[in-house]
Ligand binder design. Structure first.
Ligand code: NAD
Length: 357
């Protein structure tokens, strides 16, 4: 299959750039999916892919996901992503600087950020060669750790979901099973506890879990038992594909809403949640706070502004649930419709000549 066929098959990416520099050991792919709304923003992943095909498939899929996430969050950003093929011990200043030069050559069409396998330090090396990088250290005007903003956005999504499922956005007395107390989960725990939720938590880091549970007065269960907890809301904040054939039949909740990426193992699991009358708040809609945070960084970082924008995740979640109900489609599909509709509408307003702007 030709390159264009494979790009079209993967939902019509605009541009895919293969970057190589032998001296620095760089082999990277940048995928720009859609820039209707603005520059393509998405992290740079470094991974020891088994093949170039695997790397290409991954970057195309991830870039597309960023288009939808940014569009649903109401940001003026398109979707893109980059992957560097290699092991972490192959990293060097030269590798990230030359990668930065490739990014610079795109003149702002693609903006990179930290992702799996890359660090703030790597971003700083990229920053030496291009300004089209976010997530640099606060000392360089960066926004720092995005997880408090992500967690706040997830909490707003949980409030909107509770309003839709139970008729009240308040968590007073609502039973929540929280999976994962890392960067996002621990901040989310605080919001929920402050709102009066009755919490059952788990984490494979037992010490951390016990400390936080004691501080916030939560019940603790083993990582495997979290799916069986009788609760109103199950909140995944650890890893992806948690809604799968094994777990779905065990869930006793009415809502699934959390910060983890790619919660549904397959689309079919999203349909099945609906059939079981469990409301699924689509992950990329509710966990967009991290993306909002770097977006605000691009404009000059102000934490209050990031939080205010993340607060809008409530309305975005509400809208997605309404689309799902009006059109009789699963919420994950309604989220895609919501994002596509915005891209379509905003794309239309860019037509015509308005005196050179
Ligand atoms: P993290 O690594 O800080 O936290 C993950 C936590 O999950 C850790 O405490 C880990 O011990 C725990 N965990 C791992 N396996 C577990 C298991 N089997 N059972 C229970 N707990 C387990 O990561 P994070 O930054 O908090 O991100 C959590 C999720 O949210 C990820 O899926 C991430 O992609 C997503 N996300 C994060 C952000 C952000 O701003 N950090 C933004 C968007 C999405």
């Amino acid at each position: 299959m030709g390159v264009f066929d494979s790009m079209v098959r993967e939902d019509g990416h605009e541009q895919v750039i293969f970057c190589r520099n032998e001296a620095a050991g760089l082999r990277a792919i940048i995928a720009i999916h859609d820039t209707t709304l603005g520059p393509a923003l998405g992290g740079c992943r470094m991974w020891d892919y088994a093949s170039e095909d695997e790397a290409l498939t991954d970057v195309l899929r991830l870039a597309r996901g960023m288009t939808y996430k940014a569009a649903a969050a109401g940001l003026n950003l398109g979707g893109g992503k980059a992957v560097i093929i290699g092991k972490r011990d192959q990293k060097s200043e030269a590798m990230f600087r030359v990668f930065g030069r490739f990014i610079e050559s795109l003149n702002g069409r693609y903006i990179t950020a930290e992702d799996v396998g890359t660090t703030v330090h790597d971003m700083e090396n990229i920053f030496m060669e291009t300004k089209y990088v976010t997530g640099v250290a606060p000392a360089h005007g960066g926004s720092g750790d995005p997880s408090p903003v992500t967690a706040f956005g997830v909490f707003r999504g949980m409030q909107a979901s509770a309003a839709a499922a139970f008729g009240s956005e308040s968590y007073q007395g609502k039973r929540v099973a929280l999976q994962g107390l890392g960067n996002v989960g621990s901040h989310l725990l605080k919001h929920l506890a402050e709102d009066g939720a009755v919490l059952t938590v788990t984490d494979i880091d037992k010490e951390r879990c016990d400390t936080l549970a004691k501080e916030y007065g939560c019940e603790v269960v083993s990582p495997e038992a979290i799916y069986d907890v009788d609760c109103d809301v199950f909140s995944p904040n650890a890893f992806g594909a948690v809604i799968n054939d094994d777990t779905i039949k065990r869930l006793k909740c009415k809502v699934v809403c959390g910060g983890a990426n790619n919660q549904l193992k397959t689309d079919r699991h999203g349909i099945e949640l609906g059939e079981r009358e469990i409301l699924y708040a689509p992950d990329y809609v509710v966990n967009a706070g991290g993306l909002i945070n770097v977006y605000v960084e691009m404009e000059g970082y102000v934490r209050e502004r990031a939080l205010r924008m993340a607060s809008g995740i409530y309305q975005n979640t509400e809208r997605v649930i309404n689309i799902s109900r009006e059109q009789g489609i699963p919420t994950y599909e309604a989220a895609d419709r919501f994002a596509e509709e915005r891209i379509e509408k905003i794309g239309q307003i860019k037509r015509g000549f308005f005196g050179g702007i």
